[in-house]
Design a protein around this ligand. Structure first.
Ligand SMILES: NC(=O)C1=CN([C@@H]2O[C@H](COP(=O)(O)OP(=O)(O)OC[C@H]3O[C@@H](n4cnc5c(N)ncnc54)[C@H](OP(=O)(O)O)[C@@H]3O)[C@@H](O)[C@H]2O)C=CC1
Length: 390
C-alpha cells in the first residue's frame, strides 16, 4: 500500500472520452473487502486486505468511504450466481479485462459513508460530504472499505440518521420508489384515500413501502406473519392479514377492493391477487418477484429476454381484458429519488428499520441471517470506524 500525493490524471483507456480526475490525497491500490472468487454458498465469501482500490473512470464518479453496508436477499442470490448473465453484460468491461472475469466480486448493495474523491464533472457533491446510495448490482458493492459510484446514484444522507440506520434504506427505498412511483404511478399528490395492499410487509421493501405510502396518505393493508402484526402496525399499517393462519386470499377477498398491490412475495400470489383490484379503474398489480434474470441465466441473454417479454406481454394482456394492469417492478438506481426520501426521513415520516447489525468481520454471519429469511426490516454491516455511530 504505497501512499502517493494528490495529482491530476488523464486516463485514456479508449472509451472515447478524455477522463480527467483527481486521485486521493493518499492514493492506495488495495483495500480490505469481502469478495467471492466463484459462485456458491456462504463458504465462497473470502476476506482480503488486497482487493483492488476503486478507480474513478468517468468524470461524474465519486469514491465513497463506506461506514455501513446494507444486505439484501439479492446479495444472497448473487453469491449463488443469480443474474450473472445479464449483470456481466452491464459490468465495466475495463474491470472484466483487468481480471479476466467478474471475479473477485464484491457484494453489498447499500452504502452509507463519506465522499473521499470527486471526478471533475461532479458539481453537487464535495469531499467529506456524508452520502447514501443504492449500488447497481452490476457494480462492485459496499462490503469493502471504498466503493465507486456515479454521482447521479448518490444522495446526501439524512441528517437524522446515523450511518448504520442510513445503510438500511437505499436499496429497498429505490426499489419501492421505482415500483410504486415509476411503475405504479403513485405520488404524494395522488395517494390520499387510495387503498394499497402490500403482500409481504415485514421485510426490507415492505417496511419501507408501508411508511412511504402512509406518509402520502394512502390506506395500507399488509400481509405478514402473525408475529409481525404489531411490528407493521407500529410502522403505520392500517389493516394486517396473517398469512400463516390459512389461505390469505379469503380474508383479503372480503375487504373493499384495492387500487394497487405491491407483491414482495411472488409464487402463487398471482393466481388470486389480481382479483382483489378494482376493475376498470386503472388499478395496478406490481410484482417485484419476476423471472427476468432467471430467464437470461437459463436461456442466455437473447432468448431469456424474449422469453421474459413474451411472459410479461401475455400476462399483461390476460389481465387487461379483465380491467386491471399487470406489471413487473424493478430496482432502479436514483440519487434524486433518495433526495426526496431523505426529506421524508428528516421530516420524521420514515424511520430506518434495522433488524440486526454485524461488524465487518461477521459478513458470513450477516449473509446467514439474510438467507434464513423472516426479516423484520434490514440487516446492516458496520464496515469502518469513523462514522458517527461507530
Ligand atoms: N425486482 C427487483 O428489482 C427487486 C426484487 N426484490 C424482491 O422482493 C422480495 C422482497 O424483498 P425484501 O423485502 O428485501 O425481502 P426480505 O427478505 O427483507 O423480506 C421478505 C419478507 O416477507 C415475509 N414473507 C415471507 N413469505 C410471506 C408470505 N407468503 N406472505 C407475506 N409475507 C411473507 C418474510 O417474513 P416471514 O417469513 O417471517 O413471514 C419477510 O419479512 C424478494 O423476493 C426480493 O428478491 C427486492 C428488491 C428488488
Amino acid at each position: 500500500m504505497t501512499p502517493v500525493r494528490k495529482r491530476w490524471l488523464v486516463n485514456g483507456r479508449g472509451r472515447g472520452q478524455a477522463r480527467l480526475f483527481s486521485t486521493s490525497r493518499m492514493c492506495r491500490t488495495v483495500m480490505p473487502a469481502w469478495v467471492i472468487d466463484k459462485y456458491g454458498s456462504n463458504d465462497v465469501l473470502r476476506f482480503t486486505k488486497n482487493a483492488s482500490f476503486p478507480i474513478i473512470d468517468f468524470p461524474n464518479e465519486v469514491i465513497v468511504k463506506v461506514f455501513a453496508a446494507g444486505l439484501n436477499p439479492l446479495d444472497v442470490s448473487m453469491r449463488g450466481g443469480y443474474g450473472a448473465a445479464t449483470l456481466s453484460m452491464k459490468r465495466d468491461p475495463v474491470n472484466i479485462k483487468r481480471s479476466g472475469s467478474e471475479f473477485p466480486l464484491i457484494l453489498g448493495r447499500d452504502v452509507s459513508g463519506v465522499i473521499m474523491e470527486c471526478g471533475l464533472d461532479v458539481k453537487y457533491f464535495r469531499e467529506r460530504d456524508e452520502v447514501w446510495a443504492a449500488i447497481p448490482p452490476w457494480k462492485q458493492g459496499s462490503l469493502a472499505e471504498f466503493v465507486v459510484l456515479s454521482a447521479n446514484e448518490v444522495s446526501h444522507k439524512p441528517k437524522s440518521l446515523n450511518h448504520t440506520q442510513a445503510a438500511a434504506i437505499p436499496y429497498v427505498a429505490t426499489t419501492a420508489w421505482s415500483a410504486l412511483v415509476n411503475t405504479g404511478g403513485l405520488s404524494k399528490d395522488n395517494c390520499a384515500n387510495k387503498r394499497i395492499l402490500i403482500l409481504g410487509g415485514s421485510g426490507g421493501v415492505g417496511t419501507f413501502a408501508i411508511q412511504m405510502l402512509k406518509a402520502w396518505g394512502a390506506h395500507v393493508t399488509v400481509t405478514c406473519s402473525q408475529n409481525a402484526e404489531q411490528f407493521v402496525k407500529g410502522l403505520g399499517a392500517d389493516h394486517v392479514v396473517d398469512y400463516t393462519s390459512g389461505p390469505v386470499e379469503e380474508p383479503l377477498s372480503a375487504l373493499e377492493k384495492f387500487d394497487l398491490i405491491l407483491d414482495n412475495v411472488g409464487g402463487d400470489t398471482e393466481r388470486w391477487a389480481l382479483n382483489l383490484l378494482k376493475p376498470w379503474s386503472g388499478a395496478k398489480y406490481v410484482t417485484l418477484v419476476t423471472p427476468f434474470l432467471q430467464n437470461t441465466d437459463m436461456l442466455g441473454i437473447a432468448d431469456g429476454m424474449m422469453q421474459s417479454a413474451a411472459t410479461m406481454a401475455t400476462k399483461a394482456l390476460k389481465h387487461l381484458i379483465k380491467g386491471v394492469h399487470y406489471r413487473w417492478g424493478f430496482y432502479a438506481p436514483s440519487g434524486p429519488a433518495l433526495d426526496e426520501i431523505r426529506e421524508m426521513v428528516d421530516a420524521g415520516q420514515i424511520q430506518a428499520v434495522v433488524d440486526e447489525t454485524f461488524n465487518f468481520s461477521q459478513v458470513p454471519q450477516a449473509f446467514e441471517k439474510v438467507e434464513k429469511g423472516h426479516a423484520r426490516g434490514k440487516t446492516v454491516v458496520q464496515i469502518s470506524k469513523g462514522g458517527d455511530d461507530l
